[in-house]
Design a protein around this ligand. Structure first.
Ligand code: ES4
Ligand code: ZN
Length: 358
């Protein structure tokens, strides 16, 4: 449709995309071959090894949310579809060398961001999911950095990296990785918190976020949709994280729409933005439920940046698909989408001179 063409063409800013979550079946298969390792679509050791690219593509289409697990109770372990985190972390296993990290990041920049006219992006990476397999900081950061430079030189795409801590791993591991990351501090604009939120509230990581804030970094944290403590966690992130002042952004946090006080805290009191990845939430709620929450935030004037999160594992839905879904849910005009993009620029942590150019 003509409308879709408008959204397809506008210059875009994406502030919530995990580089590991952009690993396509094709690249996963290629890197596995190159590194001489098998592909399993789950971290579950009983899951069967996939024998062809076609099988990998098929398995990507089978990723489920953990809430759907009971539906598969009678399946043998080797036939279980992977949950999102199983698929995502098993994908990381093919990332071994500097070249692998370069290829991963360049695939996103060159084949996805460039074709969807993303002009600037802030990209998450998860060092703990790589150092645990023996990957060196030098290879990880070297590969990412060279891809970033090539993306800017060849496609004019500017970007920053946000390093995430895995919340289902210990605080001491987060602190150790924070210290190690300081050798690459010029490559890092801020710190985030991701992975499985169940029983891992943001307050557990207060020490490392307070330190990051003191050292001059921006901070953010995932508040996944539909978590049992989601309102408490959103409140903590927006009001307190990082030494008592609250984060600079909330990732997801859509459930803030449920409680006027929370919407108000984020929108009026703090004036911070939220990154919203609608496709990711379709596994957690109905279209209609999501549309209502999104409309609450839009009416409240909350700053939003529509993003893709982990597009390869979310039905191959990249920023364009997420924008079109948000546009439909929010009954937005082309002009509204354009205004949202300006808000996303405002929300970004781009250097002043880059921001002025976006
Ligand atoms: C993630 Cl959707 C989501 N939630 C939490 N952690 C993540 N890491 C990558 N995608
Ligand atoms: Zn995320």
């Amino acid at each position: 449709a003509a409308n879709d063409e408008f959204v397809a063409k506008i210059p875009k800013v994406e502030l919530h995309v995990h580089i590991e979550g952009t690993l396509s079946p094709e690249l996963r298969w290629k890197l596995a071959r190159r590194n001489g390792i098998g592909v399993r679509l789950s971290t579950n050791k009983e899951s069967k090894e996939l024998q062809s690219l076609e099988e990998v593509e098929w398995a990507y289409g089978d990723v489920i949310s953990s809430a759907q697990l009971p539906l598969y109770a009678d399946r043998p372990p080797s036939e279980m579809p992977p949950t999102f985190f199983e698929a995502y972390y098993s994908g990381c296993e093919v990332l071994r060398t500097k070249q692998d990290f370069f290829d991963l990041a360049l695939d996103y920049f060159a084949n996805r961001a460039a074709s969807m006219n993303v002009r600037y992006c802030e990209v998450f990476f998860d060092p703990q999911s790589h150092t645990s397999r023996g990957v060196s900081w030098e290879d990880m950061m070297g590969g990412l950095s060279e891809a970033q430079q090539k993306a800017e030189a060849e496609y004019g795409i500017k970007s920053e990296w946000i390093m995430c801590f895995l919340r289902d791993v210990s605080l001491s591991s987060a602190l150790e990785h924070y210290r190690e990351a300081m050798s690459y501090r010029d490559m890092i604009v801020g710190f985030g918190l991701d992975s499985n939120e169940t029983n891992h509230p943001p307050s557990l990581f207060e020490d490392v976020f307070a330190r990051a804030r003191r050292d001059g970094f921006r901070i953010t944290a995932h508040c996944d949709v539909g978590q049992k403590d989601t309102h408490k966690n959103i409140h903590y992130v927006a009001s307190t994280l990082g030494g008592g002042a609250g984060a600079d952004r909330v990732d997801h946090g859509l459930n803030a729409a449920d409680i006027p006080e929370l919407t108000n805290l984020i929108t009026q009191k703090r004036g911070i933005g939220m990154t919203i990845c609608p496709w990711a939430y379709l596994r957690r709620m109905t279209y209609q439920e999501m549309a209502i929450k999104l409309q609450v935030l839009i009416s409240a004037g909350t700053k939003l940046c529509i993003s893709s999160d982990s597009p390869a594992y979310m039905d191959d839905s990249w920023i364009l698909h997420n924008l079109l879904l948000a546009k439909q849910m929010g009954n937005l005009s082309d002009g509204d989408v354009l205004s949202m993009m300006k808000v996303s620029v405002e929300m970004s942590w781009a250097p002043r001179e880059v921001k002025a150019d976006l």
